[in-house]
Design a protein around this ligand. Sequence first.
Ligand code: SIN
Length: 482
Amino acid sequence: MKKYDVLIIGAGIAGLYAAMRLPESMKVLVVCKDIPWECNTFYAQGGIVTALDAEDISLHVEDTMKAGVYHNDQEVVEIMSRTSLETTADIIDRGMEFDKDDNGDILYTKEAAHSIERIVHADGDATGRYMHYFMMVQNKHHMQKNTLVYDLLIEDGRCYGVKAMVNYEPETIYAEHIIIASGGIGSLYVLNTNSRTVSADIQGVCVEKGIELADMEFMQFHPTVFIDTPYARKLLLTEALRGEGAHVVGEQGNRFLFDYDERGELAGRDIVARGIFDYKRKTGENAYLDFSMFEKKWFRERFPNISYTFEGLGFHFPKDKISISPAFHYANGGISTDPQGSVYGIQGLYAIGEVACTGVHGANRLASNSLLEGMVFAKRAVEYILGQEKHSEKTPAFDKDYDNILHRENDKKYKHQLREIMWKDVGIIRTWEGMIEAKNFIYDIKNREIGRLLELRLNTAASIVNAALSRKESLGSHYVEK
Ligand code: SIN
């Protein structure tokens, strides 16, 4: 039986940074569902937070806690902020290049709810793409594409591996340590900014195995997304645009966000998303992002990829304003782990990055903390793994399989209905009636003849709606209209 020392599920920033930190002497396999760059890291624009120095840690912690409405685990936030000094230095030492000024000094930007400029970026607005490329090049371990994990092999409180479709054939992959770094839940919402591969499968397996998902009511919606495209992934307009001074306006050019919060465009992401959603609903007007205050040359240098992408759609930035809508962006909740990334109650199983919930984000993630979270908890999980003795339990046989029932005939139709209902009823502004309707829909479909992958999605959707129904008062990104 072939067995790896470490299996990493996911090739976004968390999975790749974990791979980078595992020695070449170990037998490591990194798997991804599709091609490696179909992940949320690749599409991250604005940047990655780093505490500027030891003095900035307390302010970064406070900004993170305030954005998270103090629902965060402060100890874990402090760990993340402190470790940012090491992780940022580590990748710069290994050759990652962030944007610099003419004197060769790193440029820092600001995004909503940050007190100061502490976000570093690459190629202006392609930070995720550059970091992903950098980590792909650094990776010395074997990477296997087209590997869709649909079960975790767990017995007596230990995980022994996974079952996966590898190039459309079922396979069992065994490992001493299994790191889940498979990202969030974007495909559950009809409007989302996520890679098409991010579809909540492994969270759904966890629900089935009785592994706790925490903070699932806190789904985050990005305020400024261009949704008038036929593709599933809607186009993000980074928060760094507002950080640099872009305005959100109504049809008359009115900056209506000041009616919702005195910080206007720079209020926390939950407040801005809700303000835009509410304004559009209330007035029947569209909302826009206005860049007309920027000088053309500066704008194109600072946001080259956004300029280029939207030119292809017929826009001329910074002259043209663009219509915006909030869209699902990031799962604050996920598989509950300790601060080392260990999944509670299961030996040998870890979760890091967006798929995990360490408590770092609270009720609403602070902008650009996500790439940082991926690196910090990858580092910590690897350090923990390297300190472990090899376990001696014999690997049990795992015979049950699902190979030919991953999909069934009506799954596509139900998946689409689920995405619509999650957006309408478990979205930015929720009602009790809506959430109950969504719950009834989810359990109704779960009782039909459906494929395993849809069942996993429904498990995760159920955990979101159940968590939302359990939280009676609005908090952060969980907002219930009474
Ligand atoms: C953005 O660039 O606006 C996204 C940043 C983030 O999700 O933290």
